[in-house]
Design a protein around this ligand. Structure first.
Ligand SMILES: [Cu+2]
Length: 654
């Protein structure tokens, strides 16, 4: 996660020629959960200016929709007055300020100095603090020692520490700068000047400490794939998607309808696509499935004890969203030819609205697989699958993530994350692994001469506020257990399912264990289906990982949601982000692990599921120079929600 600034300048602030298929961002909010509009960002500016809160030292790294309470949203009807509030994060000479603004009444609701937390970083700060670091005599000396007498092509950039690395930095906005040799290399992620960490106080741009280790020569090794950006093999025999009757979905007043699905979404500057009011049309009934779902945080700790790496841990969404994490999508690479695109309005370092094109796409897809089939008496019966995909891309510096919400006709939602982009690498003296002095414990894997891909994790927390047939739900973690059959002559053992209802948050902290399997369901105890079972939705994990770090380790305290694969909390409007509102340089005093210490009741009440999706990443040769996309997913599927297979119309006439 470095070199943000370069990408920032590549982002067009104003989009010129939208293709005809793009849906225009609405100018006026038409729903309490709609994204903030350009005019609302301006209202924030006007209210702050009128209150005398803006001056030349003040930056506005974050303006976010403050979600209205659920009961007000559920009671709201088109035409009713809107209620709109913005959460505003400001930064003034290293001090974080927090405001809340009523956008309808154009009023400052609250204003707080927050010396106890750290604002997220903006592209402007990354660059300005990096430039300040480069001017420090100790840094100039350290660079000279490495042969850099001319610093024209040395660029320094400063990033926050993902956790409070030492108590002496408490209350100070200390950033971590590193310098890159950018000469003659289009991609420079692998060209950081090794063994040199510069700790800078962002309040005054003064360097507080330079940790200067070994001189590690910078090898050549320009990454040049940009000169052949379209590999020939992709279009030798094109596969074309045609929808002669147009898309099978409709978007009206911000609501998407496709087959039996109805939902809304907004593109949030911090967490990307936020899907809400997800419902299923079931005959005459419109049934609630999920009030809201989104990614809520992203945690990437590195696993190398060397200088500049032992402290490397990112809490990407919360720390970096003002740098513009939600990236543009490219037709033919990210989304197929039948996709429809959506633009987004975010704000810049000063809080001014900026329009960003193609931040989400929506398309139908058939994988050409049977959604069900059966062979009987010489004939095959069945149907082919079809999904509706809502896709966005989150680019955290070097890493690219595709985030998919895939709606299936049978009532399932597959939530998928594709990780691609460029791995983080450390320069080494050793040319290749054969020369490496590493013995026993490996901190990574060589991917090129003197380029060492460092081991790390990726953990995503998804906040899933399922409301199955209403807001009052419970969580079941049904256990599959072995039973001995001592009296059976033919059989020694079977397994049985033992229903387990979670009463409190601690009951519902779930770890995936193959030797102690459990099935996770959100049920509505008051809504019974035809067979007498409560209606429900199951959460079915795909390949996953749990954090191996010590719970008291600094990075783990901030990314503590990675300790379990599932958490259930009661719905609390302010609990939106798994590591809290302000995870930057955090101590782990906010977020899921802290809230759940109260062990609140979660039975037959409004509950929220938090699913952690993750993987350990030992880089391999094939991950260089750009990693092939690797997908992980979660299936959210109906369980006794329907009386029978909803894909078979004749079967629903019971
Ligand atoms: Cu990785």
């Amino acid at each position: 996660m470095t070199l943000f600034a370069r990408r920032l300048f590549a982002v067009a602030l104003y989009f010129v020629s939208l293709p005809a298929i793009s849906f225009a961002q609405s100018r006026v909010p038409h729903h309490p959960l709609a994204a903030l509009t350009a005019q609302e960002y301006w209202t924030v500016q006007d209210v702050l200016r009128d209150a005398g809160k803006l001056d030349e030292d003040t930056r506005v790294p974050g303006i976010l929709l403050h979600e209205p309470p659920k009961e007000r949203v559920l009671a709201w009807k088109a035409g009713d007055p809107l209620f709109r509030v913005a959460d505003v994060i400001l930064l003034r000479k290293g001090l974080t300020l927090q405001a809340q603004i009523d956008l309808v009444a154009r009023k400052l609701l609250s204003w707080k100095e927050r010396p106890d937390v750290y604002a997220p970083i903006s592209g402007e700060e990354i660059e300005s603090v990096g430039d300040a670091a480069k001017k420090d005599p100790r840094v100039i000396e350290a660079l000279k020692k490495r042969g850099y007498n001319d610093l024209t092509f040395v660029r320094c950039e400063a990033l926050p520490f993902g956790y409070l690395i030492t108590p002496e930095f408490e209350g100070r906005r200390i950033l971590n700068a590193e310098c890159f040799d950018i000469h003659r290399s289009y991609i420079t992620w692998h060209r950081a000047i090794a063994d040199l960490q510069i700790q800078v106080d962002a309040a005054d741009g003064k360097v507080v400490r330079v940790i200067d280790g070994d001189v590690v020569p910078m090898a050549d090794g320009s990454i040049t794939y940009e000169e052949s950006i379209e590999p020939a093999q992709s279009d030798e025999h094109p596969i074309e998607i045609q929808q002669s009757k147009g898309p099978g979905f409709a978007v009206k007043d911000g609501e998407v309808s496709w087959q039996n699905w109805r939902f809304r979404f907004r593109i949030d500057p911090r967490i990307g696509p936020v899907v809400n009011l997800v419902r299923l049309q079931d005959g005459e009934r419109t049934r609630s499935v999920m009030y809201e779902g989104s990614m809520s945080e992203l945690f990437v700790p590195y696993m190398d004890p060397s200088i500049g790496w032992s402290t490397r841990s990112f809490i990407d969404s919360g720390e970096f969203f003002p740098t513009g994490l939600i990236s543009a999508l490219r037709q033919g690479v990210d989304c197929p030819s039948n996709a429809v695109y959506f633009d987004a309005v975010f704000s810049d370092s000063f809080g001014l609205p900026t329009i960003h094109s193609r931040r989400a796409c929506l398309f139908e897809l058939s994988n050409g697989q049977a959604s069900w089939r059966h062979f009987e008496r010489g004939e095959v019966w069945g149907r082919v699958d079809r999904v509706l995909v809502l896709r966005s891309s989150i680019v955290a510096g070097n890493y690219d993530y595709l985030i998919d919400w895939r709606f299936e006709p049978g009532g399932s939602i597959r939530l998928a994350v594709g990780a691609t982009g460029i791995i983080e690498t450390r320069r080494t003296k050793d040319k290749l692994s054969a020369d490496s002095s590493m013995d026993g414990d490996h901190y990574g894997h060589f991917v090129d001469d003197q380029v060492f891909g460092v081991n790390h994790d990726h953990f995503f927390s998804f906040r899933l506020d399922l409301d199955v047939d209403g807001t009052k739900n419970s969580f079941m973690a049904d256990r599959l257990e072995k039973r001995e059959l001592p009296n059976s002559p033919a059989r020694k053992s079977i397994w049985v399912m033992r229903p387990f209802m979670a009463h409190t948050e601690k009951d519902a902290m779930m770890d995936i264990r193959l030797d102690r399997p459990s099935m996770w369901r959100i049920i509505n105890p008051s809504a019974k289906g035809r067979l007498g079972y409560p209606t429900g939705y199951e959460l079915m994990p795909g390949t996953n990982a749990a954090s191996l770090l010590d719970p008291e380790d600094g990075p783990q305290k901030v990314g503590a949601f990675s300790a379990h694969q599932l958490w259930i909390t009661p719905y609390v409007p302010d609990e939106m982000y798994a590591s809290g509102m302000f995870p930057t340089t955090g101590k782990g005093n906010d977020g899921l692990a802290v809230w759940t210490r109260a062990n609140r009741p979660i039975e037959n009440t409004d509950i929220v599921a938090w699913y952690t999706m993750g993987f350990h990443h030992v880089p391999r040769a094939e991950d260089w120079p750009v990693m092939p996309t690797m997908w992980h997913d979660l299936l959210i599927r109906p369980f006794d929600f329907y009386p029978s297979n909803p894909l078979m119309p004749s079967a629903s006439s019971h």
